[in-house]
Design a protein around this ligand. Structure first.
Ligand SMILES: Cc1ncc(COP(=O)(O)O)c(C=O)c1O
Length: 397
């Protein structure tokens, strides 16, 4: 055990299930542990470092900003906020941006904006299986008992309905409803996609009943699925979007994008953040947006398609389902094998992956991988699945 492990185990709260290892450095698509061992990163810090580690353009932008100003507070103008907000409005088709520091804070802000615009209507319809964050508002909106358990009483004003069930949404609307809030692709729940018709119908219901349609794009946004936002695979425009994770490639930044109708309800003093939209995170975000060219998005879609095709070609008996879009891919494993064991074996073989609900292996590689990296991953995964199969057969005699 290293000196570091001892320090972490003594004083850091045990609210995470961590691997007992540490990465000491990263470069591009590779991570290096404290012993110098190299790993192929197929997780990107859970959909954060989309352009890999130490990307030169992002690093240069942040280094330049470090030499000027780090933080002034939102009491003063911050022109970088305008630069990044303009980029986000262009990519989303919406009008105004609020900046904070994380996904859960972005969702808290979106909840507040929805209630503010609701003008007395306060209820938000959310979906079962969703994950929106750990703070009390976002937690109350989250549709997973395992995340919510132990924290009752949760905030009132959230109604949960089954995902992909348009009638359930229609039936849940009351005179108090102000918004429908959902992930177009549920990430933590195992990469579960919304149906095309569901999202279209949802837009119609929201128009008819004067409800805001809000998409949580915290995990799916910033190019992850091959479009800048995942709703762009569908023919709809939401009223509000929350984002975070990939926007600043590893520095803390999140936010909300809304249309002018919602923006008109937000007055000075009704919401804020000390750190939100600080110059360092924004310098990184500005570089990220410049890297997000049409070619980058096309590459993400093509690489995702290649990865999916290779996974399907495996036709492996331990794989129950393969889901996802772009470089957000879930591989559901049959119940008899714990997906955590597969992630651990992959890590031991030099590939970093994650897990999600439904016994699903979660792949969120950086956008800078190539087909050879995918080949390496597929070879390692199939080797591990084959040896697990053999073990099962031996056990069953
Ligand atoms: C869809 C979604 N919303 C919100 C969050 C919360 O983000 P954060 O951990 O930055 O608070 C996450 C985190 O995984 C997420 O996947």
């Amino acid at each position: 055990m290293s000196k570091h492990d001892t320090i972490i185990n003594n004083h850091v709260l045990k609210n995470y299930n961590r691997y007992s290892m540490e990465f000491a450095s990263g470069s591009g698509k590779y991570l290096y542990d404290t012993k110098g061992q190299e790993y192929l990163d197929f997780l990107s810090g859970i959909a954060v470092t989309g352009f890999g580690h130490q990307h030169i353009a992002i690093k240069t932008a942040v280094e330049n900003q470090l030499n000027h100003i780090w933080h002034t507070s939102n009491l003063f103008e911050i022109s970088l906020q305008e630069t990044v907000a303009a980029g986000l409005c262009k990519f989303s088709g919406l009008d105004k941006v609020f900046f904070c520091n994380s996904g859960t804070e972005a969702n808290e802000a979106a909840i507040k904006f929805a209630r503010m615009r609701g003008n007395g209507r306060y209820e938000i319809i959310a979906t079962e299986g969703s994950f929106h964050g750990r703070t009390m508002g976002a937690l109350s909106m989250t549709g997973q008992a395992k995340v919510r358990n132990g924290f009752a009483p949760l905030l009132p004003g959230f109604v949960h309905v089954p995902f992909n069930d348009i009638n359930a949404i229609a039936n849940a609307v009351t005179e108090n409803t102000c918004a429908v809030f959902l992930e177009v692709i549920q990430g933590e729940n195992g990469i579960i996609e919304a149906d095309k018709n569901y999202i279209k119908e949802l837009r119609n219901i929201c128009n008819e009943k004067n409800l805001l349609l809000i998409f949580d794009e915290v995990q799916t946004g910033i190019g992850r699925t091959g479009k800048f936002f995942s709703y762009q695979h569908y023919d709809v425009l939401p009223d509000v979007i929350s984002f975070a994770k990939g926007i600043a490639n590893g520095l803390p930044l999140g936010g909300v994008i809304c249309n002018d109708k919602v923006a008109a309800c937000i007055k000075p003093g009704c919401h804020g953040s000390t750190f939100g939209g600080n110059q360092i995170s924004l310098a990184s975000a500005s570089a990220v947006l410049e890297l997000m060219t049409p070619e980058t998005l096309t590459d993400i879609e093509a690489l995702g398609g290649f990865l999916m095709a290779k996974l399907h070609a495996l036709q492996h008996p331990l794989i129950k389902a393969i889901r996802g879009k772009g470089l957000m891919v879930g591989i559901e494993i049959i119940e008899t094998v714990e997906v955590k064991e597969i992630a651990s074996l992959l890590l031991a073989s030099g590939v970093v992956t994650g897990t999600a609900g439904n016994n699903t292996l979660r792949l969120l590689p950086p956008f800078i991988i190539d087909v050879f990296d995918i080949g390496i991953f597929i070879d390692k995964l199939s080797g591990i699945l084959n040896s697990l199969c053999e073990t099962i057969l031996i056990k069953e005699g």
